[in-house]
Ligand binder design. Structure first.
Ligand SMILES: [Mn+2]
Length: 324
């Protein structure tokens, strides 16, 4: 992929006092790591970048990533954003429900999800076949012949590892090339320490609650988590269930801050969970969702009795699944 268009974007931004690098809302490791890398690269090109996001950081491994690698992040309300600000969205796309439309004009989208950027976005680099946005960022550094600093390499490698579930899903040859390159530059003790510590002691009881109301139908498991379960923890729990031999699809839900979050995992081709969640939520107006064929998420607008949450989710999704 030629990056001449990116050169043209930077040329068009000459004279901008600052550039906002926006990670998707409720960011994950890939979003923050990629934003960190892009901000470093922009700084090297003479710009004044600020990394920002909306939502919360509610997962210990992401907090560790930010703290231990000293990643500078500014909450958007502290930036005093103006309509003239230039925004580059990473690991997400403006127009998607998980990217808040901040004051400012979106001039770029760099993402690896199945998305379509609005036509007003001058620069679009969308590669759904890549395992992570971090992989795209490695290619940007190479384009500029820029060595990847130790901290940036560590952040990118954590993002790549998380998004590919340690190279077990959605891995492209570009991801493996990036892995090789990042391993040479990153502090691997640091990378491994961040990747290994994914759960807090007090979260162990969530496994208990999940198993206590889990419903298994053929190769699919449904479960609802108690109110307040961190959204990102759903992914950890979903991956845990997916590691069960008999289970190929996992659908989890949890109420958090007055919303119900859905997390879907699939390891069978017959069930593209990004399509399923869009069909079930977006098309019906019940909520919204999206993601990858193997890993997707969504939010339900509707309010319902907590007692009936698990059966509601079950009824909603059951008919859209191809179970065996
Ligand atoms: Mn990603």
């Amino acid at each position: 992929m030629s990056l001449e268009k990116f050169d043209r974007l930077l040329a068009s931004l000459t004279g901008c006092s600052r550039i906002i690098v926006q990670a998707h809302d409720f960011p994950d490791h890939d979003a923050i790591g990629s934003a960190f890398a892009l901000a470093y690269l922009l700084k090297k090109q003479g710009f004044a970048p600020f990394i920002t996001y909306q939502g919360f950081i509610d997962r210990v491994s992401l907090r560790n990533l930010i703290d231990w690698l000293d990643i500078p992040i500014t909450k958007s309300h502290l930036l005093g954003l103006k309509p003239s600000d230039k925004i580059i969205v990473v690991d997400g796309c403006i127009g998607e429900k998980n990217v808040t439309d901040l004051p400012g004009i979106e001039v770029g989208v760099i993402d690896h999800h199945q998305v379509k950027a609005p036509s007003f976005v001058a620069y679009q680099d969308i590669r759904p076949h890549y395992g992570s946005t971090a992989t795209i960022m490695v290619e940007y550094f190479n384009h500029f012949d820029l060595p990847i600093p130790k901290r940036v390499a560590a952040a990118l490698l954590v993002g790549l590892s998380f998004d590919t579930a340690n190279f077990t899903r959605a891995v492209s040859p570009a991801d493996i090339k990036a892995l090789l390159q990042l391993q040479l530059s990153a502090d691997m003790d640091m990378v491994n320490r961040i990747c290994r510590n994914q759960i807090e002691y007090q979260e162990l009881k969530l496994f208990d609650s999940m198993l206590s109301n889990m419903r298994k139908e053929k190769n699919c498991a449904f479960a609802s988590l108690p109110e307040g379960c961190p959204k990102n923890m759903l992914g950890v729990l979903g991956d845990f269930l997916l590691s069960v031999d008999e289970l190929d699809i996992v659908i989890l839900s949890a109420r958090n801050r007055e919303k119900t979050f859905i997390s879907l995992r699939s390891e069978c081709k017959q069930n593209n969970v990004a399509d399923i969640v869009r069909r079930v939520l977006n098309n019906s107006g019940v909520g919204f969702g999206g993601g990858h064929p193997h890993m997707a998420g969504g939010v339900i607008n509707e309010t319902f009795q907590l007692a009936s949450e698990s059966s509601y989710i079950y009824e909603l999704f059951r008919s859209e699944l191809a179970l065996s």
